[in-house]
Design a protein around this ligand. Structure first.
Ligand code: BGC
Length: 380
């Protein structure tokens, strides 16, 4: 089979032709034909030499973790919920399975304590940029057929579902929103999020805006691109307000909007991310989702002022990574609703369908107006 992979000895992306056809090995597994795989900042970072660990014994790593596929074969004991032809998305992270890790044992590998997890296409496990894969039903989530045009957006949506729902969960500290009963979204109380700012209008930022608007939150999106550009027009067409930070610095936004309860950072640029504290309101939560490199993020902060503000205003800053199965289920639900409310806009989040032969350009450069580019994966 063909596969887009990182060749570890040379550090270069390649289109391999020798990847073995996978076969079902355990009764609960599915054989899945991969239809599309999204190209993510993490894939491009791996290709730049930042991260990317092949499975042990392999000198290459098949890339890609944002997939949409179709079941071709089910194992003898796979749940009867799955049948050939079903659309599915597979999760990214696999648990460490170490006895000292209660979160992995509990289906929350996104909160793994040991750091010894693997992630398909990123660390220790091959990814999805290939024609067929095999996966346990534990890590596959079924999609309704109407999600075919946007199903590849599920994985980035899960990342924002987790970041936003964790923020909402943290606000359980506020007595007046304390009616939480379990970890399901339906029971999380959104009353504290009257107004939110999403920083960065890439795929994560735009999907965050969709999720917030779906919950009736007054949503603002900031980016360095002009307001009448592709991203500005897209977010305004779903009802968010777009701010070009080249014209209005982020700290000036609240004087026009009023106090901001939640800021979702989706820039991946550390100095920009910390600067967002200057726009956060009383009892507010700032959640980071970007994963910058270790270097290049040096900045000077008015430490005294910001610490005083955080303490006197009871503010929270948290980081959020990955997403467990419950967020995939939530994303399926939310994406279905977004597809009903904003079908055209949701489709225009996918700005390019790229043939796998163009892997090198697609993984090493990014057009200015790209939101989400996806590889169309051929059957052979
Ligand atoms: C992926 C996450 C992953 C993270 C860190 C992101 O691009 O969407 O699933 O946990 O990278 O590797």
């Amino acid at each position: 089979m063909r596969a887009i992979a990182l060749d570890k000895p040379s550090g270069k992306p390649t289109l391999r032709t020798d990847v073995p056809e996978p076969a079902i090995q355990a009764p609960d597994e599915l054989r899945i034909r991969v239809l599309e795989v999204g190209i993510c900042g993490t894939d491009r970072a791996i290709v730049r030499g930042e991260g990317g660990v092949p499975p042990s014994g392999s000198d290459y790593l098949v890339l890609g973790h944002e997939m949409l596929g179709q079941v071709v074969e089910t194992g003898s004991e796979a749940s009867s919920d799955y049948k050939a032809g079903d659309l599915v998305v597979c999760t990214v992270r696999r648990p460490c399975r170490l006895p000292e890790c209660p979160t992995c044992a509990h289906g929350e590998s996104d909160l793994c304590y040991t750091g010894k997890y693997s992630e398909r296409g990123i660390v220790g496990a091959h990814g999805y940029m290939t024609s067929r894969i095999v996966e346990s039903t534990d890590f596959a989530v079924k999609l309704p057929p109407e999600l075919r045009p946007y199903g590849v957006l599920i994985e980035p949506t899960t990342v924002v579902e987790k970041a936003i729902l964790e923020s909402v969960l943290i606000q359980n500290r506020l007595d007046w929103v304390r009616n939480l009963t379990d970890d399901q979204e339906a029971n999380r109380d959104w009353r504290f999020v009257k107004r939110a700012l999403v920083a960065g209008a890439g795929p994560i930022g735009i999907m965050a805006a969709f999720v917030l608007l779906l919950h009736g939150v007054e949503t603002h999106v900031s980016d360095i691109r002009p307001r009448d550009g592709y991203k500005g027009r897209l977010v305004e067409s779903i009802g968010a307000t777009y701010w070009n930070v080249m014209e209005t610095p982020v700290e000036d936004i609240p004087s026009s909007t009023g106090s901001i309860d939640l800021i979702v950072e989706a820039t991946g640029v550390a100095p920009v991310a910390w600067q967002l504290l200057s726009a956060l309101g009383v009892n507010g939560v700032l959640v980071f989702t970007g994963v910058p490199g270790d270097r290049g993020g040096e900045l000077e902060l008015e430490g005294g002022h910001l610490m005083r503000q955080m303490v006197l205003w009871n503010q929270v800053v948290l980081g959020s990574v990955n997403a467990n199965r419950s967020y995939f289920l939530q994303a399926v639900k939310d994406l279905s609703e977004m597809g009903r409310r904003w079908p055209q806009q949701l489709a225009s989040v996918i700005t390019a369908h790229v043939p796998i032969e163009n892997y090198e350009t697609a993984l090493t450069s990014q057009p200015a107006d790209e939101v989400k580019a996806v590889f169309d994966i051929p059957e052979n």
